[in-house]
Ligand binder design. Structure first.
Ligand code: SAM
Length: 280
C-alpha cells in the first residue's frame, strides 16, 4: 500500500491546530518535514488516513497521541556550551548583581526553558561549578523544562553523544563525564542531580502558572519557531515568572524589544539581556 496522502487542506488544518497547541507555526516551506511525520504517525496508529488520524489526535481522552505527535514535530538541536558568552555574562555580571539584592540563605532560581535534551541547563551547572567563585555561599536551583517528553527522558539520563560534548573544554569533559566503549558520554550524578526536569508547554497558561519567582530565565532558540503573537504571549508569561530585577536571555537571533516594551534592555560586556524592572 502507498503512503497516505496529506492534501493542502489537511496541512492547513494541522498547521492551525498545532499552532494553537504549541505556538509553533509551520509555514509552507516546512511542508515536507510535516507531511513525513504525519504519515509516520498515521501508519503507527493504524488510522489509515489524515481525517481519521486528526480526529484521533484531537479527541483521544488521555492525550498520549498528541504528546507523541508533539515529540516528533519539535526540533531539538542543542549542544553543550552553545552561545557560551551568555554563561560568561551569567557569572560575571548577572549573578553578582542578583546576589546584592538577595538575603543570604534564600535560593537563586534559574529556569531553562526549553531545555531540549539537557545540554543547556547542565552547561549552566558546569559553568557555575567551574567559574562562579561564590557558588559555595549560595543555594542555586536550576529548573529545566521542555514540551517534548522524549528529550526530557534523555536529559534526565545524562547520556550524551560525542557531537553534543564536542564544544566542551577537554578538562571539563574529563572531570565531569565518563566515556563508554560506544563513544557515549555519561555525566556524573552530582551534576545530573543539580537540575530538575519538568514538562511544560510555554503557551499554556494553566501549565506555566506555578512557574514563578525566578531570578534568571534562559529561553534560547525557541521563539524563532513562534509567530509574533505567540512570542508576545510567551514574553508576558516570562515577565510574570521573573522576580523584579530578574533577567531573561534569548538566543542570538531573537529579540524581545520588538515584541514587548515591558522589559529593559541591559547591555553587558558579553551579551544583551532583558530585565524586568525592579518596581512593577
Ligand atoms: C532548538 S531547541 C533549543 C534548545 C536549547 N534552548 C538551545 O538553545 O540549545 C527548541 C526546543 O523547544 C521545545 N519547544 C517547542 N515548543 C515548545 C513549547 N510550546 N513549550 C516548551 N518547549 C517547546 C522543543 O521541544 C525543543 O526541544
Amino acid at each position: 500500500m502507498g503512503d497516505p496522502v496529506i492534501t493542502v487542506e489537511d496541512f492547513r488544518q494541522f498547521q492551525e491546530f498545532f499552532y494553537r497547541k504549541t505556538g509553533i507555526y509551520f509555514d509552507e516551506s516546512k511542508r515536507y518535514f510535516v507531511d513525513r511525520r504525519l504519515i509516520d504517525r498515521i501508519r503507527d496508529t493504524d488510522t489509515t488516513n489524515f481525517r481519521r488520524y486528526f480526529w484521533f489526535v484531537r479527541f483521544q481522552a488521555g492525550g498520549e497521541e498528541l504528546q507523541k505527535l508533539t515529540n516528533v514535530m519539535t526540533v531539538n538541536e542543542t549542544y553543550f556550551f552553545r552561545e557560551e558568552y551568555q554563561f560568561k555574562c551569567l557569572v560575571r555580571s548577572m549573578l553578582p548583581e542578583i546576589v546584592k539584592r538577595k538575603a543570604l540563605g534564600s535560593p537563586i532560581r534559574i529556569w531553562c526553558v526549553p531545555s531540549s535534551s539537557g545540554e543547556e541547563p547542565y552547561s549552566i551547572a558546569l559553568y557555575l561549578l567551574e567559574s562562579w567563585p561564590d557558588l559555595d555561599r549560595w543555594d542555586v536551583e536550576i529548573t529545566a523544562s521542555d514540551i517534548d517528553t522524549d528529550v526530557l527522558a534523555s536529559a534526565a539520563s545524562g547520556k550524551f553523544s560525542k557531537r553534543s560534548v564536542s564544544n566542551l573544554p577537554a578538562a571539563v569533559l574529563s572531570k565531569y563525564f565518563s566515556k563508554s566503549d560506544t563513544d557515549e558520554y555519561q555525566l556524573c550524578d552530582d551534576v545530573r542531580h543539580a537540575v530538575d526536569f519538568t514538562r511544560v508547554n510555554i503557551v499554556d497558561r494553566e501549565e506555566t502558572r506555578p512557574y514563578r519567582g525566578f531570578d534568571i530565565i534562559f529561553c534560547r532558540n525557541l521563539l524563532i519557531y513562534f509567530d509574533d503573537l505567540s512570542r508576545r504571549q510567551a514574553a508576558e508569561m516570562f515577565f510574570d515568572a521573573l522576580n523584579p530585577g530578574g533577567y531573561i536571555c534569548l538566543g542570538h537571533s531573537e529579540s524581545m524589544s520588538r515584541i514587548v516594551p515591558i522589559f529593559k534592555i541591559r547591555k553587558f560586556p558579553d551579551t544583551i539581556a532583558y530585565q524586568k524592572p525592579e518596581e512593577t
